[in-house]
Ligand binder design. Sequence first.
Ligand SMILES: [Zn+2]
Length: 210
Amino acid sequence: MIRIKKSLEIPLGLDTKYNAEDVCKQILEDQYEKCYLCERYLGTDYQVDHLRSQANYPLLVKEWSNLFIACSYCNGKKGVSFDGILNPCLHNIEEIIEHSVLFMEKKVVFNSSQLSKEVRQTIQLLTILFNGKNGLRTCREQRFYDEFIRKINVFQYAVDEYMLGKKEEYRPMIEELLDIHGEYLGFKHLIICGNPVLKKDFEEFLGWNK
Ligand SMILES: [Zn+2]
């Protein structure tokens, strides 16, 4: 999960309904066609998600700053239980929450030095998305995780080869995978920042939506 910058111009269709065509189109553009929670490409599988849920915050149903787009997997899991997560327009989430993968243990860990209620709830939601509810994944959760691992492995491989000395060969690929359109940037952020050499060489590519 990373910071998001929403368009300052509010789509006219929002006067009628929160998921009007122009509303969806603008949010998709603002989010570079990715789910704001898991950072997957959305394709045709997207839903307008209310950061603060419709059920608990009826006055915010058509509030532009409350609307994001999520994949159906994430939207379903968020439901009405996570109304207190960090607002990605107000925080550099990739800097507040460390996103790391324990490849051997087949799980994902989210950590933060900040212990606010918002941070804790965001970590709780992200943990469920990537690890399943009690650390045991259903078929769908396992497919979600496998897709994520396949893609993050490509990045990890490029970074490993770069560190092994194939700098010129792998630099263009790493730069491309760090583009704002790329998936899972929250995870890539830690991979880069966790290594002093990579941080020095690629830090300029981490300025997403700042
Ligand atoms: Zn998602």
